[in-house]
Unconditional design. Sequence first.
Length: 50
Amino acid sequence: MAKDPVCGMDVEEKKAAATSNYKGQTYYFCAKACRIAFDKTPEKYLAKKG
């Protein structure tokens, strides 16, 4: 399971609604809207992880 970096929802990689690659890492999303938000400002969402 992966965690959607935008909403925090657990996402099964094979069933993810969308994916995005950023700095060599693949991120998985529960919905296309989360991917769109992430693609606009990925650092905003990655900073929350720490």
